[in-house]
Design a protein around this ligand. Sequence first.
Ligand SMILES: *Cc1c(COP(=O)(O)O)cnc(C)c1O
Length: 382
Amino acid sequence: MYANRMSQLPPYLFARIDEMKARKIQSGVDVIDLGVGDPDLPTPAHIVESLCESARLTENHHYPSYAGMPGFRKAVADWYRNRFGVVSDPGKEVLALMGSKDGIAHIGEAFVNPGDYVLAASPGYPVYRTGTLFAEGRVHEMPLTAENSFIPLLEDIPKEVARKSKLLFFNYPNNPTSAVVTSGFFEEVVDFCREYDIVAVHDNPYSEIAFDGYRAPSFLSTDGAMEIGVEMHSLSKTYNMTGWRIGMAVGNAEVIAGLGRVKTNVDSGVFNAVQHAAITALSGSQDCVTDACRVYQERRDILVKGLRSLGYEVGAPKATFYVWMAVEDCMSFAARMLEDAGIVVTPGIGFGDGGDGYVRFALTRTKERIGEAIRRMEAIGE
Ligand SMILES: *Cc1c(COP(=O)(O)O)cnc(C)c1O
């Protein structure tokens, strides 16, 4: 019944973990879920209020424009200028997305012919791979290793693969490794993509979730980046708006136009009231973002300190709400954590073979629950 490509879709590991978790809860276990990359904090009240007001207006009840309301695109361009010093034309270089996942899943259809390569990291966000699959392209995996600070080595990509590559996906601050970009990497990407005529796609949804004074850059601030690439960004993680489905692509006008043309044929844009709320989020006070980072940082410190007290070697991430930890066998570690301690962690292999030997903890639960998780780990002799 199903098309061939269905057999290549990953057996979505996260769905399987959800099943195991549901069974545990059903049997009465108080499960602590440190698996989900979804903020537990609410969307800030002024943003919710803005949605409520806009939702009441009939003028917002119709089909939205495909590319996003001019006011939303201008708010994105202004935010990019204020935050990163990136100048963009809201008419041609900004596109509204139904979350950054929307842009990632569909950009391949605009640029990849059957058999072309797409370069993506392993471990990495699974949608780089599935988007490529839908376009009938092939993924060339760039391994991320601790030795390389979880940054791909572009010089390791075989020349014949590079010549047949259409897209390069990269993501810093990184999910799942929580690595931040090292100096010079974005410049290398520009040179590499220029040499091989590849569209650079930087996925940057965690730029605002940062600690200890770290400020994550935009790829678009790199000289020449606007000529060869785009950045996918999102309100999901910055403003706790994962359920609202709104994000943006910013960058090269031709790339934006290609993605926009695909999207015109598959969706009909983002609800105008949600776009109005997004304008409120981007142009209002950013104190809510600072507050959220303070909360995550406190949780990070409790988790990292706790894991170290149990004998694990683990770094304190500068950004993202994840802690990436080396373990002997990620599947058996995750299974043992759920079975014996009622804790959900994500086995690294769910992000590709390069994630084997690691697990990911998400800081999306309260510090009390994270503290409790450490106590349970101690109790089972972890
Ligand atoms: C969360 C996430 C996204 C998708 O977020 P949206 O809600 O679709 O904006 C994209 N990439 C990475 C790496 C993520 O972690």
